[in-house]
Design a binder for this molecule. Structure first.
Ligand SMILES: [Zn+2]
Length: 190
């Protein structure tokens, strides 16, 4: 499993809702291992970006599973936390717009409004329910990934707002992109 297994827009599967996981079978465990391997493979292919998280839909498995890196600052730390059937139980804090990217939307970034704090409940790989409170960047990641499990891609949240779209140049700097050419004509929007 590698970065080539990550599906990208305009693949319509990214706009489909994932199903909840019932029993955590060997198949589910294999999907989780594949998600982690694909994220690390993608990460190693990018100089200026870190692969911080992935939803199962991004490797074309329509299950509500999200994996999030435990350490965003160290590319050598390949450990993850697994969230099965993740659900936001409470949105808190303010709504702030900040930059967001996605492994399934190559080179496109957006300034997406998100809550600064969320409470999430999920099952671990052992099937036990746990809850976390996330703030700041981690809160943003949860909202982005749980959107994926519901068939929503981050750019859907800024549809019709050309000024919220950016692209990464080869030096790793964000610059405004050509909305008509890069977004609409590439059929990135639903
Ligand atoms: Zn994403």
């Amino acid at each position: 499993m590698s970065k080539e297994d990550i599906i990208t827009l305009p693949n319509p599967h990214l706009r489909q809702k994932s199903q909840r996981v019932g029993v955590i079978t060997d198949e589910i465990k294999q999907i989780i291992a594949n998600m982690e391997a694909a994220t690390i493979s993608w990460d190693q292919s990018r100089d200026h970006e870190v692969g911080v998280a992935l939803a199962a839909t991004q490797i074309d498995k329509l299950y509500k599973i999200v994996v999030i890196r435990n350490n965003f600052d160290n590319k050598d730390d390949h450990s993850f936390t697994v969230f099965i059937n993740p659900q936001i139980v409470k949105h808190e804090g303010q709504v702030e717009a900040d930059y967001e990217g996605c492994l399934s939307v190559p080179n496109v970034y957006g300034k997406v409004p998100r809550h600064t704090k969320v409470k999430v409940k999920a099952l671990g790989e052992d099937g036990k329910e746990f809850r976390v409170t996330a703030e700041g960047f981690l809160a943003r990641i949860f909202q982005h990934e749980i959107d994926h499990t519901n068939g929503v891609v981050f750019i859907d949240n800024i549809k019709g707002q050309p000024e919220a779209f950016f692209r990464l140049d080869d030096k790793g700097k964000l610059e405004p992109l050509d909305y008509e050419k890069d977004v609409r004509n590439n059929s990135l929007l639903w």
